[in-house]
Design a protein around this ligand. Structure first.
Ligand code: GTP
Ligand code: MG
Length: 223
């Protein structure tokens, strides 16, 4: 992906990487983790006959929103500051069916020896005030270049389909009203967040029942 930063007032000194080099690293990190996720999903399918992952989205943050975020946090727009302070330049969103899948996927990723978990935020255990729920992991993966190895950060968000549905509508609201969303809509969304939680819980219970009856059926067949 080629990006022209000439319009964005980003200062690049001689000893720093260029945006093209940085961008290459983040894309490489996304590819690495993409492969890992695919392998885990294939293995899970093979062993448990079940796909924990519904779908996965990948994105590299655009220069405009990187600069905006740096400004918001009071940093100058330099490549060094980008790499140091913007943790979600490379972002992955893993969408699962059930809440239990989320923790299983997080654990499987955590166990990989080349993935370093820099921080986690469990907004399922402790949802945000808005009602937002999701499991966040900030990780780094080593990227092997011709003459060096660079640890590159990736933000991974793991959530259920229902949590994702909620988050995208809430995001739309925030985008539309900026920080000035009507209380009424916020309240309604919060109520929906409670419903999302109830739905996720019930779907998990139903799935367990289905799995259990499948097993019993298998036992009867053996007998
Ligand atoms: P950012 O500066 O937004 O990156 O927040 P942060 O550094 O405190 O990280 P956090 O883990 O709280 O949030 C990172 C990302 O999670 C955001 O960029 C959103 O994609 C998502 N997110 C966090 N809170 C909310 C929320 O209330 N609503 C929605 N829709 N998404 C959220
Ligand atoms: Mg963010």
């Amino acid at each position: 992906m080629e990006l022209d930063l000439s319009g964005y007032d980003i200062k690049i000194s001689d000893d720093m990487n260029t945006w093209e080099e940085v961008n290459l690293l983040y894309n490489a990190a996304l590819k690495q983790i993409q492969t890992k996720i695919e392998i885990l999903n294939d293995e899970f399918q093979e062993v448990h006959r079940y796909n924990p992952i519904e779908h996965v989205k990948y994105r590299v943050k655009g220069p405009e929103s990187i600069v905006k975020k740096l400004k918001r946090n009071g940093y100058e727009s330099t490549i060094i500051n980008m790499v140091k302070y913007v943790n979600d330049i490379a972002g992955i969103r893993i969408i699962c069916s059930f809440t239990s899948d989320i923790y299983q996927i997080a654990d499987m990723l955590r166990k990989q020896s080349d993935i370093k978990v820099l921080s986690t935020k469990d907004y399922i255990e402790t949802p945000k005030q808005s009602g937002y729920k999701s499991y966040h992991m900030l990780v780094s993966v080593p990227i092997y270049l011709s003459d060096s190895v660079v640890e590159t950060k990736v933000e991974i968000q793991i959530r259920t389909i229902a949590m994702d549905f909620w988050a995208s509508l809430e995001h739309k609201m925030n985008y539309k009203f900026e920080s000035d969303a009507p209380e009424e809509i916020k309240k309604e969304l919060f109520e929906c967040a409670v419903m999302v939680e109830q739905l996720d819980d019930r779907m998990l219970i139903i799935n367990d029942k289905i799995q259990r009856s499948k097993k019993e059926e298998a036992i009867w067949k053996i007998d």
